[in-house]
Design a protein around this ligand. Structure first.
Ligand code: BDR
Ligand code: CA
Length: 324
């Protein structure tokens, strides 16, 4: 079983990834930590509470995380992509007792530290929003670098397949929202795998695919369909894609089926000032040129290709419980 802490800013694709995790037989979701990003921290925390209440086991709690980046202004929420409520403007019920039954008393970064220490070498941190909570956890307890099993992030764009960014010509949203945090997370001694736009924009769920999920996937399939309507419209209008990019679920897929991905090893830095702010730059381990800003850092893994059909089958089978 893969023990997971899911650090997230739900978020339409975040919610699809949460359903995926709760239905996958090899994943044990320990807790969900919220972060600002697709919406304010109030909204993303509320959405996380709603999602765990609806989809996760009663033991799964939510710890509220950072409402702003380490050292800059909070980016504006993006209702044109994720809706005003962060979940595609689907109807959301009032939470019983405001969701307090599921809310952990600790802040997200403290929850991350405590759980990693409680389960040494066993926790997979799957982080699909800005990396602020992870950076705060590292700052408060640097030892966790050596105690976590691995860190899988959805974030970055490395120019592979011509994919450069989605919030600027060189930056991806999660990294751009807190580039300082991202640079610290990549530099640390833990093992990070970046599942970036290079592969997530290849993994498209078409309208037909989502409709099959709706028809075959019971209440979960219906939820995925409903939550993705507004998000799909954004994709049609902005990229001409008749379907959606599956960003955050790709990080979960990497956890359970890494064989679907090709990786490139090498230290990663994040540009934290200037025109190219938020850009992720990897120095491939095979590159001989000396580069002091990379050479002393941990060799991380960056996903450079994905078996799209395998990924889509995996998601479908997990939700529907039978082959596509
Ligand atoms: C990432 O940004 C967010 O909008 C999505 O949820 C995903 O995590 C894609 O760049
Ligand atoms: Ca996200």
């Amino acid at each position: 079983m893969h023990k997971v802490i899911y650090d997230t800013d739900p978020g339409v694709d975040d919610s699809m990834a949460l359903v995926f995790q709760t239905r996958h037989p090899d994943i044990e979701l320990i807790g969900v930590t919220s972060v600002f990003g697709n919406a304010t921290i109030e909204t993303t925390t509320r959405n996380a509470l709603y999602l765990v209440e609806r989809f996760a086991k009663p033991s799964v709690v939510v710890a509220r995380g950072a409402g702003k980046p380490l050292r800059r202004a909070t980016p504006e929420p993006i209702p044109h992509i994720h809706g005003h409520n962060g979940l595609g403007d689907i109807d959301l019920p009032e939470l019983e007792d405001d969701g307090r039954g599921r809310l952990d008393a600790r802040l997200a970064h403290r929850f991350i530290i405590d759980e990693i220490r409680k389960h040494p070498h066993a926790i997979n941190l799957v982080a699909v929003g800005p990396l602020t909570n992870l950076a705060l956890a590292l700052q408060e307890d640097p030892e966790i670098q050596h105690l976590v099993k691995q860190v899988i992030i959805m974030g970055g764009a490395f120019g592979i397949n011509g994919i450069l960014g989605n919030v600027s010509p060189c930056a991806e949203a999660n990294i751009s929202a807190d580039p300082d945090a991202a640079d610290q997370v990549f530099a640390a001694a833990w093992k990070v795998t970046a599942v970036g736009l290079d592969v997530t924009q290849k993994a498209i769920m078409t309208t037909e695919y989502l409709d099959r999920l709706r028809q075959d996937g019971g209440a979960d399939g219906q939820f995925v369909w409903d939550v993705s309507r507004h998000y799909e419209q954004f994709h049609i209008e902005s990229s001409g894609v008749h379907g959606i990019y599956v960003h955050d679920s790709s990080a979960v897929a990497y956890l359970v089926a890494p064989e679907l991905y090709q990786i490139r090893r090498g230290a990663v830095r994040v540009v934290v000032e200037g025109l190219a702010i938020g850009q992720t730059i990897q120095k491939p381990a095979t590159m001989g040129v000396p580069a002091p800003n990379w050479d002393t850092l941990t060799q991380q893994d960056v996903c450079v290709d994905v078996d799209v059909e395998g990924f889509l089958k995996l998601y479908y089978q997990t939700i529907v419980g039978r082959a596509a």
